[in-house]
Design a protein around this ligand. Sequence first.
Ligand SMILES: C[S@@+](CC[C@H](N)C(=O)[O-])C[C@H]1O[C@@H](n2cnc3c(N)ncnc32)[C@H](O)[C@@H]1O
Length: 218
Amino acid sequence: MQAVVAHLLSLGGVHRLDRFRIDAYPDELFGVSTGGVTAPEHLSLNPSVEKHAVRYEATPPYEFRHAMAALPIDHSRYTFIDYGSGKGRVLLLAAEFPFAAIRGVEASHTLHEIAVANIARIPPNRMARSDVAAVEANAAQYRPERAPLVAFMFNPFDEVVLAPALDRIADAAARSAEPSYLVYKNPQHSEMVDSRLEFTLRSAFFAESLLVYGVRAS
Ligand SMILES: C[S@@+](CC[C@H](N)C(=O)[O-])C[C@H]1O[C@@H](n2cnc3c(N)ncnc32)[C@H](O)[C@@H]1O
């Protein structure tokens, strides 16, 4: 073990070591499976959804936790939504924060079923709150139940799906007196978000690979 630690330290110091250790969670800790990379054509998606989808790949826990902890919010007042929630890794990580509710929207039936099973494996005492649910739906049609929101996207789809999803996030945000947020990882279509008056870039992390937008409140 000491040799492994020494090797990791030689690669990048304590920061790299912390990242290695933290990234192992939650799969190794709870025996769930959220990793891997799967191309859209192997996700059993409806063809009309598949042509706008991006491959499945899970967010590194270190990046997610960093972004959530940096939000200037009382998490307990916010509903968290992962758009394209896959196997549910981000939902499990979001459950470490005391969000009022956590939702994952996923169009792939196969991945949705894995997310439901993964959520069920997390002991309640490891969740800050217990209202965590995966929803099988097309993100283009999903209407958030409540606001304010923290909406999360790891480059899940192209602009054809992003546009109506942004419309519905903005509509929901306008129903609250508190600002909502969009956290956009690998923001391949950030120019579409930038062009919307309701969305304002607030911060950028990890060499601008993760952007945080404020969404105008009522
Ligand atoms: C890059 S993965 C992100 C997984 C997870 N959010 C994370 O960060 O660990 C993108 C996911 O978006 C899903 N997806 C693609 N198009 C979608 C749509 N129109 N509605 C819902 N989910 C979609 C894919 O099936 C895939 O699971």
